[in-house]
Ligand binder design. Structure first.
Ligand code: SF4
Length: 608
């Protein structure tokens, strides 16, 4: 199996056993790796109706064939589980060095199953695998734990861990790795917490078999050269994703005050330039990355170091909670990372609570005496801590904005910004119909990274509803997640313009299997349809209604900024959804047809 370790590590936390298993080459052929492997394992191994926090649910930590090789950005790990937040499919990708170390230890994936009765962590040093007691680690923040565990085990171990929020099963708890990289969305950290699995520590010294070493080397070298020569490299490296803040405001897409607007009047104080000057200490890269978009920062005001803030964090705590000081956004970022919560969901939940407070739906009787208002950093910091501690109002918000709207009532569901129970990431999209469609149809809920089509809306006309917009979303939903199957970062393609064909070609040199980029896209489509089938199997009545946008997007107009007054009508939105279903080969209720499942070779797994 060129390009693969060829083995899976199975860890049963109930009886504390571990087992190394070979797996069928056919699985690699059909699902490639990473998120493809994980989706297959989730569908076939986790029984229908399993409690996400119970012993039957599993967490799959998976690498791809490119992971750990010298292809630019080959440092992405996929973490998949049944989501405690949405009840459906959750898959979170995390950069850093974990996947490389895991592959060097000789495993393509780890499957965690069962529940431990007491805190443990998994220790992997090549073939030495131990489930170790973690009583002394329980309660530690993720950043603190990583430092401590590295001191104890050695710098060469790669650590991924949960913080106190994961221990308390906050529904959007994340898994932290490499001092601030996050497997953030869908509550993968909550499932670790339910299993009492505090951390993974991995080190490996083996190598990855390569089919045509000379060709692989040559092609990887050319890909690095193309990155180095890209005219976009300088800006991308200097500002990373924070460089998007100014542009997002210019186009009216920066979520502001719980997505009431797409323009934050104080956005200039949050720009990539201001951030770089005020707090950035150094650049930081994932494994084998020639364009370090990570920014390591120090906020003097709060006295802490943090990786970030990334664009999403600045969007959700800056604009959406109206924090106008980048040092405050950095501190909110630090609290989330140390306590182990997803910044996107946390920023949404707090902004939602503030709006409820300002509208009189909740009061100081609900908040424990805390006054909530947009732009108040102390209120935001306190709420992050309360969410992680599940204290008072924090306990309600810890279960997500959809749940909070059910508890608060008062019509608040109309401005709970979520799809499928997952809070929306950082693009206000009332004036970007294909971006809104991307959120509606994303396989984990309202997440941006499967299809970031907002630039297409701008290119072809912001208001237009047309089949090509549905086609664009589908195309991106196959290309971008394919990188999560490969185990590599997509940003060298998105930002620096590496050709997609170069990935197909280098993969062929690595694995020895002849496949075009179109062949690989077919695998990605297979995975997309399998995850859709998973939702249908797991969620009673799942269908079109679950792809609905938040009511605010069609009931209210944008309040300020360049897109002021815009909204999308329900009829137009649903027309675009119809085009999307038709092009996907799904019925009007969003269910893949038998013909589509047969075309993708899925009928033996998912018979809907
Ligand atoms: Fe990591 Fe950024 Fe490099 Fe991608 S571009 S591999 S996210 S540092």
């Amino acid at each position: 199996m060129y390009g693969y370790a060829g083995r899976i590590l199975r860890v049963n936390l109930t009886d504390r056993t571990t087992k190394v298993e070979p797996y069928d080459l056919e699985i690699a052929r059909r699902f490639l790796g990473g998120r493809g492997f994980s989706a297959y394992i989730l569908y076939t191994e986790v029984p229908k109706g399993a409690d996400p926090l119970g012993p039957e649910n599993k967490v799959i930590v998976s690498t791809g064939p490119l992971s750990g090789t010298l292809v630019p950005g080959a440092g992405k790990t996929d973490i998949t589980t049944k989501s405690p937040q949405t009840g459906g499919y959750a898959s979170a990708s995390v950069g850093g060095l974990l996947c490389a170390e895991l592959k060097y230890a000789g495993y393509d994936a780890i499957i965690f199953e069962g529940l431990s009765e007491s805190p443990v962590y998994l220790f992997v040093d090549d073939d030495r695998v131990e489930i170790r007691d973690a009583a002394n680690l329980w309660g530690k923040g993720s950043l603190t734990l990583e430092e401590d565990l590295k001191k104890e085990l050695g710098e060469s171990f790669q650590i991924a861990s949960i913080g106190p929020a994961g221990e308390r099963v906050v529904s959007y708890a994340c898994i932290t790795h490499d001092f601030g990289r996050q497997a953030g969305r869908g509550g993968v950290g909550a499932v670790f917490g339910a299993k009492k699995l505090k951390a993974i520590a991995v080190r490996g010294t083996k190598s990855i078999p390569i089919a045509d070493l000379e060709s692989f080397r040559q092609q990887a070298r050319e890909m690095f050269k193309a990155c180095a020569e890209s005219p976009a490299l300088e800006v991308w490296q200097k500002y990373g994703t924070a460089g998007v803040v100014t542009w997002a405001n210019e186009i009216g897409a920066f979520p502001t005050r719980n997505f009431q607007s797409g323009f934050f009047e104080k956005h200039e104080s949050l720009s990539g330039e201001v951030m770089r000057d005020a707090i950035v200490v150094t650049d930081k890269a994932c494994f084998a990355c020639p364009c370090p978009c990570g920014k390591y920062s120090h906020t003097k005001k709060h006295g802490v170091f943090v990786e970030g803030p990334e664009y999403e964090t600045t969007a959700l705590f800056g604009g959406n909670c109206a924090l106008a000081d980048i040092e405050d956004v950095a501190y909110a970022n630090y609290l989330c990372d140390e306590l182990g919560v997803d910044t996107i969901s946390a920023g949404n939940c707090i902004a939602f609570a503030i709006e409820c407070f300002e509208r009189g739906i909740i009061s100081t009787a609900d908040t424990g005496g805390l006054e909530l208002s947009f732009g108040d950093p102390k209120a935001v910091f306190t709420m992050i801590e309360k969410i992680a501690a599940r204290d008072g109002l924090g306990d309600v918000l810890a279960q997500g904005v959809k749940h909070a709207a059910e508890v608060f009532g008062g019509g608040s569901a109309a401005f709970a910004i979520q799809v499928k129970g997952l809070e929306m990431s950082g693009y206000e999209s009332r004036n970007a119909p294909s971006m809104l469609l991307s959120y509606m149809t994303c396989d984990v809920g309202a997440h941006h990274n499967r299809s970031w089509s907002i630039t297409y809306d701008i290119e072809v006309g912001r208001d237009s509803i047309s089949p090509d917009k549905a086609a664009k979303v589908i195309s991106l939903q196959h290309i971008r997640p394919l990188f999560d199957c490969l185990g590599a970062c997509r940003l060298q393609w998105v930002e620096l313009g590496l050709s997609l064909d170069s990935y197909a070609s280098v993969l062929q040199a690595l694995t020895g299997v002849e496949r075009s980029w179109d062949d690989l896209l077919k695998i990605s489509e297979r995975v997309w349809n399998l995850t859709r089938a998973y939702w249908i199997r797991e969620v009673d009545g799942f269908g079109r209604e679950w792809d609905s946008p938040p009511p605010r997007t069609w009931e209210e107009k944008v309040t300020t900024g360049p897109t002021q007054g815009s909204s999308i009508s329900w009829e137009d939105n649903q027309r675009l959804l119809d085009m999307y279903y038709e092009q996907r080969g799904w019925d009007k209720n969003g269910v893949p047809t038998r013909a589509k499942l047969a075309e993708l070779g899925l009928t033996d797994i998912a018979a809907l």
